[in-house]
Design a protein around this ligand. Structure first.
Ligand code: ZN
Ligand code: ZN
Length: 365
């Protein structure tokens, strides 16, 4: 259960959070989202809340996780609570008037009502969602190392899976084999439900693997990732089984050019909108603009989809240390789909790829 040392200690993360809370004129934040709790405290269990304020570092869990919390949570006062831990968190608040931030983007209406009833009149609950998420956007060196390790593990698992070929295997079986390989290589789990989509099914960007055999002479899109040490990876490759045909090759070449243009555009200081446009312009110029209906990419970290977004409507500005995907696609309903996705860390001068599989159209038996 022991966690390896982190480059950014929980103390530093909590201090950074307090600075953010100051900007919003909040005295403390009640952290109820488990991913955010993990980020701040190191705790990996399934029930725990944290309170962070200038002179407040408190972590509450229940009886089942007392030993685990002793091993994982340092720099916080540890308390043992009951049920949903809300009463215990409220009891840990200092006396006096207090503006208490709550993670409204994660909290159910029911929990919010219960919390309000538990709080004394002197404490004002204030929606403060996204504060910890903002800290999480920029990864420290240790986090990048973990994400790279997850990406490399996922690469290796795919190579092993493809050694068995694709033609004649069921999409579901390929997805299962890939997930098993990831687990065998040490992943905690797949970082999301694996996509294996052949032929016309590949035109669904979020296709669910079917109980259908992969035919010859088509494209197969595989979108997969591993979760290792809490951190996710995310990658997509589109393969040719046999000879996929002229149109498939043409669309593949276009998506690859767009993907490379997207990678070229990603660097600190560029807006998420401009990075998206760099890839999208090529696809639009080729007449397939309508067929690229999603954004260019998204942040990846403890969760598979995080800030920032790279899209037509993104208001993000990329910063060094952010880890994002670059994944243009073209989807032709009833015919085929192509998506190519890399995971990169943003640097001042550009970006660095964390996964390593080649991107020229690869034929798999
Ligand atoms: Zn993906
Ligand atoms: Zn993705």
């Amino acid at each position: 259960m022991s966690m390896p040392p982190t480059t950014t200690s929980p103390t530093v993360r909590a201090d950074r959070l307090v600075a953010l809370l100051d900007e919003r004129e909040l005295d403390a934040l009640l952290v109820t989202d488990l991913v955010n709790v993990r980020y701040l405290t190191g705790y990996t269990g399934s029930n725990g809340v944290a309170l962070v304020g200038e002179h407040l570092r408190c972590f509450v869990t229940d009886f089942r996780y007392v030993v685990q919390a002793e091993q994982q949570v340092h720099g916080f006062e540890r308390r043992v609570g009951e049920q949903d831990l809300l009463d215990d968190a409220v009891a840990a608040l200092p006396d006096g008037d207090l503006r208490l931030g709550i993670e409204d983007q994660h909290m159910s209406v029911r929990t919010y009502e219960r919390l309000r009833r538990a709080l004394p009149d002197s404490v004002e609950p204030v929606p403060a969602g996204g504060a910890v998420e903002r800290l999480r956007e920029v990864k420290d060196a240790d986090e990048v190392t973990r994400i790279r390790a997850a990406a490399e593990l996922a690469d290796a698992a795919l190579e092993r899976t493809l050694a068995g070929g694709l033609a004649g295997r069921r999409e579901r079986d390929v997805a299962l084999a890939l997930e098993q390989e990831m687990r065998r290589l040490g992943a905690e789990r797949a970082s999301f439900d694996t996509i294996v989509a052949s032929g016309a099914h590949g035109a669904l960007p979020h296709a669910v693997p079917r109980d259908a055999e992969i035919p010859r002479d088509c494209l197969v899109t595989i979108d997969w990732g591993a979760q290792l040490d809490g951190y996710c990876s995310d990658c997509t490759r589109t393969f040719a089984v046999g000879e996929p045909g002229e149109r498939a090759r043409e669309v593949y070449a276009l998506v690859l050019r767009a993907q490379l243009a997207g990678l070229d555009a990603v660097r600190a200081g560029v807006s998420g909108r401009d990075a998206d446009a760099a890839a999208r312009e090529l696809i639009e110029a080729a007449g397939y603009g309508e067929r690229f209906g999603h954004g260019l990419g998204h942040g990846v970290g403890l969760e598979i989809h995080e800030a920032p977004r790279l899209s037509r409507t993104s208001d993000a500005t990329l910063a060094a240390g952010q880890v994002v995907t670059v994944e243009p696609g073209v989807y032709l309903p009833g015919e085929l789909g192509v998506r190519i996705e890399d995971l990169v860390v943003v640097t001042d001068g550009g970006c660095e790829r964390l996964n390593g599989l080649p991107k020229d159209l690869t034929q798999v038996g």
